[in-house]
Write a protein that binds this ligand. Structure first.
Ligand SMILES: O=C(O)CCC(=O)C(=O)O
Ligand SMILES: [Fe+2]
Length: 291
């Protein structure tokens, strides 16, 4: 059988930009037709089958739905598309597996995401290297007003920064963050439906509240390199290596999936994560608070 690969690989300039600055935008990576069923399903059920977990920093916080299982729903098919897997492997320079995916949907008044690095959490998952890449897909238009993702340019060169617990979650140490914000350029990831931004595990990012009355829907697909599987697999339900069987780029247009998220298995919703229980949500994973 012929190996499946994308017809639209990233260019050398795009890969160089990612390595230099810790992120790269690829406009129109997905077409509107490919993403419209997901956009409509999110509008129809913004609670995503009651799968959203609240990350509560004491303010509005934000809510996310996380999954690792890649079944036959649109949410299971999309992270396996050659277009996105080949791009992630080109950026990491190694074979990758699916770490997890999540939808961060912001309704009006929701969505403060304190600044953090993905590797803050994934380090705790016992990965040795920050060799993960996230592809953030604008499922609908993401603007400053509705709380688009924000990135600190070149911050992946800082290494892993310490975290502090705030509310039921963790965020980058505010003292160091202040200096980072003074010195590093701040990128507002405004995107049209179908645009994506890939960013590195150590790239600092956060976002503001959605001040509009429409939704802000962002889909994250995160990949780890195969050689960087967590070294401690005890209690590791979700992040073990599993072979990633790529699908042709055409699967979304040809609607080769069964429903959008009706059958999707999400990670269990956290129930007792109130501050003081000693349990903190680490952006998609519950762990003992360490700070
Ligand atoms: O949706 C956003 O704006 C950022 C969310 C995020 O960084 C996360 O869930 O780890
Ligand atoms: Fe994040």
């Amino acid at each position: 059988m012929e190996a499946i690969s994308t017809d639209f690989p990233l260019t050398k300039e795009q890969i160089d930009h990612y390595n230099k600055h810790g992120y790269v935008f690829v406009r129109n990576f997905f077409s509107k037709e490919e993403l419209e069923p997901l956009k409509l399903a999110c509008e129809d059920d913004p609670e995503l089958r009651d799968s959203r977990t609240l990350v509560d920093y004491g303010g509005s916080g934000f809510k996310l739905s996380v999954w690792t299982e890649l079944g036959n729903s649109l949410l299971g098919v999309l992270p396996r598309m050659a277009r996105i897997v080949d791009a992630s492997e080109a950026l990491e320079g190694e074979k990758c597996y699916h770490w997890h995916s999540k939808i961060v949907l912001k309704r009006q008044g929701e969505g403060e995401v304190r600044w953090h690095q993905g590797f803050g959490t994934w380090y705790e998952d016992t990965c040795l290297y920050p060799k993960m890449v996230s592809c953030c897909i604008a499922v609908n238009e993401n603007t400053r007003e509705n709380g688009c993702l924000q990135i600190a340019k070149d911050s992946h060169h800082l290494g892993r920064l310490d975290n502090v617990m705030i509310g039921n979650s963790c965020a980058t140490d505010p003292k160091r963050l202040e200096i980072v914000h003074e010195r590093l350029e701040h990128i507002q990831c405004e995107m049209q439906q179908g645009d994506v931004v890939f960013f590195h595990a150590n790239t600092l990012h956060g976002s503001d509240v959605n001040t509009t009355d429409s939704l802000r829907t962002l889909l994250f697909c995160t990949y780890n390199v195969v050689s960087n599987e967590p070294y401690n697999l005890e209690n590791q339900q979700h992040h073990r290596y599993r072979p990633l069987n790529k699908l042709p780029d055409s699967v979304l247009l040809e609607k080769q999936y069964e429903g959008v998220f009706e059958t999707q298995q999400f990670h269990e919703k956290e129930t007792d994560n109130s501050p003081g229980t000693g349990v903190g949500i680490r952006h998609g994973r519950t762990t003992k608070a360490t700070v």
